[in-house]
Ligand binder design. Structure first.
Ligand SMILES: [Ca+2]
Length: 182
């Protein structure tokens, strides 16, 4: 749009005289180089991290416990069942949250085993983890005779995972902590 506009302007300016035409040509060159510089800058920029509500956990094998811990709160009326009705083992995916993932979990390498646990001080929370761009989905509602969700799974492939912490009732704000352990 801008380029065609400038071309139109250039066309008009050319009719007004060679001198003005040269100035506009110079401006057009600047615009051209500006565009190239912008494209170069965008190409050099790292891929922007996906948006989250409460941030990203980036983990390598043998990570410190603090690196695998985050906090957030539930809320929203997005049904997590919309992500999947059930996970790869047939567990139902339930709860309500936000369509934006609450956390992104980035595994720098394959993990043979991980436990992801939510602690919401006894409130009824849920957990949904989806490998970004894939169909590997893991869900849990209650675990260990509590209403906190916990997911134990093996063979986690390196890559990015979207994590949602839900509340069993829509629009319910519950503070929670989430921890990932090997
Ligand atoms: Ca629960």
């Amino acid at each position: 749009m801008k380029t065609s506009l400038i071309r139109q302007v250039v066309g008009v300016k050319h009719q007004q005289g060679a001198s003005m035409g040269r100035k506009v040509t110079a401006m057009l060159k600047l615009y051209h180089w500006g565009c190239l510089a912008l494209v170069a800058a965008l190409s050099a920029a790292p891929i922007l991290a996906q948006e989250t509500n409460f941030g990203t956990l980036k983990l390598k094998r043998g990570f410190e416990p603090a690196a695998g811990t985050a906090a957030g709160y539930t809320g929203g009326s997005f049904s997590l069942s919309a992500i999947a009705n059930q996970d790869i083992e047939g567990n139902p995916c339930v709860g309500f949250g936000d369509s934006t993932p609450d956390h992104i979990l980035i595994l720098d390498e394959n993990f043979p085993k991980l436990n992801v646990r939510v602690n919401s001080s006894g409130y009824d929370t849920t957990l949904v983890i989806r490998k970004t761009g894939g169909n590997i989905i893991r869900c849990n509602d209650d675990s260990d005779s509590s209403q906190n969700p916990s997911i134990n799974a093996e063979n986690w492939k390196a890559g990015e995972y979207e994590v949602w912490v839900g509340a069993i009732d829509a629009g319910t704000k519950r503070n929670y902590s989430i921890s990932v352990r090997e």
